[in-house]
Design a protein around this ligand. Structure first.
Ligand code: ASN
Length: 541
């Protein structure tokens, strides 16, 4: 440890420096390695994924390892809930005054992403679910070839997501001298460790995209991805990462995080229309054994050739009558499918669903997700395809959302007024402020790091807490003492508040469990509701 005076430090100074080090807050991030170029090494048969990413690529690099004493991090590694201690690393302190404490969990089989399928997506979703309460955020390392599909699929598979899930990869391997892997991984770690963006995102070349809006646009450029119909959620510059909080989606229900894993990719197809395509060709695809859904990539604003005597339209209408869901997306990079021209209009009259501005990747994975849901009917799936489930399409204008970014200029006043209304249990006033305020305040923090959800967690009116949770306030943000709203509610002995927060997916952070256990000795009842059992082990519910 370096001394402030340049000489070797005495014991007292060492202790002081250690205390200063320990006072730096940390975020816990799990990196899930699925394969891809980022971890690849050359072999006689071309580049192949290689194991040992943490030791080989990260442990020796100062930006990924601040050299703090080795420590272990628990990771749940399988369906039986087996917990394995993994060696972990810490980044140096970031521009936001934190360190990211992380470990890499490598899948048994590392893939070139061109070989991933619904089974691989399910494995990723399960790894996130099993470790959800142990980490603040997740970074998924993945090949770039099918990355946009995986992002889209995961966005539908992860429901009521309350924490960031950031996918990234690279165009050149981490061990190549000139690579994009270092920046992509570091940027993803910073986002996952600092910003409450509870969405499945893709971070690449200094930009953070909504996962289900992104497409791969370049085979070898470092700027490999774009999100033509949705601006980036964040951009990293030399100064900082600027988050566009108005665009960030929030889970707005009183439900736990959960996953759906059985996407039906085997009964869907995608067909690109071209000038001269024959109706018989389209009919042949639509008559594939067991086909349940088709994504039709059409011209411009959603137009397809109608064929002689409207033969194409008839083929499509017949398939829809047989129960096949057909979704219309545009071949263009930007813009939306809308029935402005006669050919587009006749498709919509035949029952073809307008996929609006969805990417093909999003349309295909959404179709696979909806068709696999229990009790889904073709009519219901068709209707749901035009509705935004995870921000994958532009439907109507969404409410804007704003999150703390270090500065609280003109919003401090509203935050204070909101604080008073919460303290007085005045639900009507709270609703008024939250509805009228230009920026959403619910995830803003006051001088002590308390968000309105922290305040509501101990307010006399449970209805205020419920209202705020339904507006998308985060249950995972921690105040300056590292406390979650759940901790505060339990500490105040408010069982009803605790139950409501738990229902909404709240859990105690691993850093506050030791204190919670001590407090539970005096008040076991309410702390049990908060998730503290007598024989404490890692919590995964
Ligand atoms: N073929 C690689 C993959 O998708 C491409 C990459 O990651 N850049 O796994």
């Amino acid at each position: 440890m370096a001394s402030l005076t340049g000489q070797s430090p005495g014991l007292a100074e060492q202790l002081q420096l250690q205390l200063l080090e320990d006072a730096i807050p940390e975020s816990r991030v799990l990196i899930i390695m699925t394969g891809g170029t980022i971890c690849m090494r050359p072999s006689p048969s071309g580049f192949v994924p290689a194991r040992g990413f943490q030791e080989q690529c990260l442990a020796r690099v100062p930006t990924f390892n601040n050299g703090s004493p080795a420590s272990m991090m628990d990771v749940v590694v399988n369906a039986a809930g087996e917990v394995r201690a993994h060696p972990s690393l810490r980044t140096p302190q970031t521009a936001y005054g934190r360190r990211v404490h992380y470990t890499v969990f490598e899948f048994e089989e590392l893939l070139d992403s061109s070989s991933i399928d619904a089974k691989g997506w399910a494995e990723i979703a399960r790894a996130v679910e099993r470790n959800y309460t142990l980490f603040d955020g997740f970074v998924i390392l993945h090949g770039t070839d099918s990355l946009a599909y995986t992002c889209s699929a995961l966005s539908f598979m992860l429901q009521n997501l309350g924490k960031p899930v950031i996918l990234t990869g690279s165009q050149a391997p981490m061990l190549e001298l000139q690579n994009d892997a270092t920046d992509n991984l570091l940027g993803s770690l910073v986002v996952a460790g600092h910003f409450m963006i509870p969405e499945v995102c893709l971070y690449f070349n200094n930009r953070l995209f909504r996962g289900n809006r992104s497409i791969k646009v370049a085979a070898s450029d470092f700027a490999a991805f774009d999100s033509p119909n949705c601006p980036p959620l964040a951009v990293t510059t030399s100064m900082r990462t600027n988050v566009n909080w108005e665009l960030v989606n929030r889970p707005r229900s009183l439900e736990h995080f959960r996953i759906t894993t059985n996407l039906d990719t085997t009964h869907v197809a995608c067909l690109r229309i071209f000038p001269g395509i024959k109706p018989e060709m389209v009919d042949a695809v639509l008559k594939l054994d067991g086909l349940r859904g088709l994504v039709l990539e059409t011209f411009g604003a959603g137009n397809a050739p109608s064929g002689q005597d409207n033969a194409m339209t008839k083929v499509l209408a017949d398939a829809i009558k047989r129960g096949i869901v057909i979704v219309n997306v545009t071949q263009c990079m930007t813009g939306s499918v809308s029935p402005v021209y006669a050919p587009g209009m006749s498709l919509s009259r035949a029952g073809v669903v307008a996929g609006l501005d969805m990417t093909t990747e999003a349309a295909l994975t959404k179709l696979s997700y909806l068709l696999a849901l229990p009790d889904s009917t073709p009519e219901w799936v068709a209707k749901s395809m035009s509705v935004s489930l995870r921000g994958e399409l532009t439907e109507v204008s969404q409410p804007a959302f704003r999150h703390p970014d270090g500065a609280l200029p003109e919003r401090v006043q509203s935050l204070t007024v909101l604080g008073y209304a919460i303290a007085q249990g005045d639900l009507e006033r709270v609703q008024e402020i939250v509805t009228q305020e230009h920026y959403w305040l619910l995830n803003d923090a006051d001088y002590s790091g308390n968000t309105p959800i922290h305040l509501a967690a101990t307010s006399q009116s449970i209805n205020i807490l419920q209202y705020m949770l339904l507006q998308g306030g985060s249950v995972h943000l921690r105040n300056q003492n590292g406390r979650t709203p759940l901790f505060l509610a339990a500490n105040a002995g408010l069982s009803e508040h605790v139950l409501l927060l738990r229902k909404s997916g709240a859990h105690l952070h691993s850093d506050e469990r030791a204190a919670a256990q001590l407090l539970a000795q005096r008040r076991p009842g309410v702390w049990r509701l908060a998730g503290i059992e007598r024989d404490e082990g890692p919590e995964n519910s």
